[in-house]
Each structure stands twice: as C-alpha cells, then as structure tokens.
Design a protein around this ligand. Structure first.
Ligand code: NCD
Length: 332
C-alpha cells in the first residue's frame, strides 16, 4: 500500500526542469499510482484545474499549454474511454501521443518486460499512461523511469484517474460530497474503479452500501482499511432496501476477464439490471453512474432519465485528465 505523503512535501521525479515548467506546481513530476496519494485539498486543487479545462474547451476547444510535450499511452488491456480520453486530453492541450494499444502481454514468452518497455518509452515521451493486468504494475513501472507514470488501471487493483473523475462528477452533479449515501452495485471484488472510489470517498463524510452477489463482495482487506478510516459501510445482496436512501448509485460490470471459472461468471453476470421500473423507488435528486462499458446492467431506456449521469461522467474524464497531465508536466 502506498504511504500517504502530502502533495506539498513530495519530491518530484524529474531532475531537469525544461524551460517554462513550474517546479513549484503541485504534482509536478509526480506519478499518479493510487488514490491514497490524495488529501482533500489536493482534490479541490485538481477539480479547480479541471473546471478551468472545461471552460477552455468550451470557449476555444484546443490550446497550446502542453505544446511540444509527448504522452506515451501504453495499454496492455482493452480500453475505449480511458485511452481515448487521455489521447484527446493531450491533443486538446496541444501535445502529442504515442498510442500503444492492446499490447499482447506475456511475462514468460517473447514479450518484452514492463521495465524495459517503460525505460524505452521514457526516452521518447514526457509522461507515460499505463494500463496493465497485474496489480502493482504501475508502481513497478514507476520504479524504472524518471518520467511521471499515470496508472490507468492495474488489474483488479486501482484506477485512480477514474475515481478522480467519478468524484468530480458527484461534486458537479450534486454540489457536494459530504453527507451523501453512495450505493455501489455489481462486481465489487474485481472492479478496480470501486476500489479506488471507495478509498477516495473515505476522505469525506459519506455512507457506502455495497450490493453484490456474495462471490463478488468487496475485498475484506479493503473493507477493513476503510473501517479504520471510520467509513460507514454496509454489505447487501439486494438493492431494494437501500435504493430509496441512495444519492449516488454506482453500477459496475461483472468483470468477465477476471474469472478463472466461466461457469461462475455465467451464474452472476445478470445479477442486477437497472430499468426505469427499478428507479421508481429512487430519489428524484440522485444520480446513476457507471464507469462503462456496460454489458446489460443498465437498460438503455434509463438513458433518457435526467438522473442518468454516465455520459456526463465520461465527459468529465476529459477535463480531469487534462488537469492531471498539465499538473504532472508542471503547467498548472
Ligand atoms: C473500467 C476499467 O477499465 O476498470 N472502465 C473504464 O476505465 N472506464 C471499468 C470496466 O472495465 O468495467
């Protein structure tokens, strides 16, 4: 587990300071590996920059804040939103991208090792975004490069940039985070987005309900960690008892690719489906979120409901990732 070090006290990785970069900028040269790195003040700062990015994109679309900077977008697992939003974020900031998608991963066959790949890419790029199937891969990569590594999902571990954009969405949609009841539904065992988001929410005064089939419960170590943070948590197997009190319903996909036994996957894959009828018992002022892709957990008829926030959530991803890139490159 990463140890907590306040942003202001963290040492930057980059020994050389390219012209125009601000060494005093918070997060300059830093890796983004886990949400455990962030305090509430850090979140306020990131969200402030994300709002500026949103207004710049609205007003002028693309601008030159990161002109001349290069991002290596290294994805060993499939991705649509994360990889394309990082790519769009870099290009909207005037930078450019080396896209490396769906690298066939093999630790034993002829595949190059992760340390070698990142040491190669750091000679070409200024920042590396990495998605990889193994827990701890981003941390490992970070040990082998002086350039910032941004974790875009390490197996069933964490997905910190998703959690940041999720929290930003909650804040922007509902105007606050403190005092809310968040219900996470679906695959809480393998879903890295809920692992990161629950940790981030532990910085706030929130209650979390976890609704999942028993074989997909939240990892007990994570529940214990959150318990130590004083998080009010409850585990259930059905949604109906907690839906009426829910402010944020965070739905997730059953992570088929993480199952060794596909029979077990089949037995839980359709455990919950949100339809307009499900939502009859939900508050009028609440939101439904999903990191996507969805594979049947939310019916398309829900999309027209103003409470369906998942497409707005995706859009937030662009602004939050623009903010993070600008920050680690010393331009925000
Ligand atoms: C998620 C992921 O990759 O963890 N997707 C995403 O980044 N938006 C969720 C998922 O794959 O189910």
């Amino acid at each position: 587990m990463a140890t907590f070090v306040p942003a202001t006290e963290r040492r930057t990785k980059s020994p050389h300071l390219p012209f125009g970069d601000r060494r005093d900028a918070p997060f300059y040269g830093m890796d983004i590996l886990s949400v455990l790195q962030f305090r509430r003040e850090d979140l306020d700062y990131i969200f402030g920059v994300a709002r500026e990015m949103r207004s710049m994109v609205d007003r002028i679309g693309t601008f030159d804040l990161l002109k001349g900077k290069i991002l290596a977008n290294l994805f060993y697992e499939p991705s649509t939103r994360t990889s394309s939003s990082f790519l769009a974020a870099m290009e909207r900031l005037g930078g450019s991208v080396i896209p490396i998608n769906e690298v066939t991963y093999s630790s034993v066959a002829k595949g190059e090792s992760l340390p070698d790949t990142v040491r190669t890419l750091q000679t070409y790029a200024d920042v590396i975004v990495l998605r990889h199937p193994e827990v701890g891969s981003a941390k490992l990569a970070a040990q082998y490069t002086t350039k910032p590594i941004i974790n875009a999902g390490d197996g069933t571990g964490e997905h910190p940039t998703q959690a940041l954009l999720d929290l930003f969405t909650i804040q922007e949609e509902l105007g606050r985070v403190d005092g809310l009841t968040v219900t996470m539904l679906g695959d809480l065992k393998y879903g890295r987005t809920v692992h990161s988001l629950s940790r981030l929410l532990s910085l706030f005064d929130v209650r979390i309900n976890y609704v999942s089939p028993e074989i997909l419960n939240m990892p007990p170590e994570l529940l214990a960690e959150l318990n130590r943070q004083g998080m009010a948590q409850r585990e259930l197997t059905t949604l109906s008892p907690v839906l009426p009190e829910t402010d944020v319903l965070y739905v997730t996909r059953v992570q088929k690719e993480r199952f060794d036994d596909l029979g077990q996957y089949e037995s839980v894959k359709n455990a919950y489906v949100i339809t307009p009828e499900t939502l009859e018992d939900a508050k009028e002022q609440m939101i439904i979120m999903h990191p996507f892709p969805r594979v049947g957990e939310i019916s398309m008829e829900v999309d027209d409901d103003p409470r369906a926030a998942y497409f707005r959530q995706m859009e937030s991803g662009l602004y939050v990732r623009m903010a993070l890139l600008a920050m680690v490159l010393g331009k925000a």
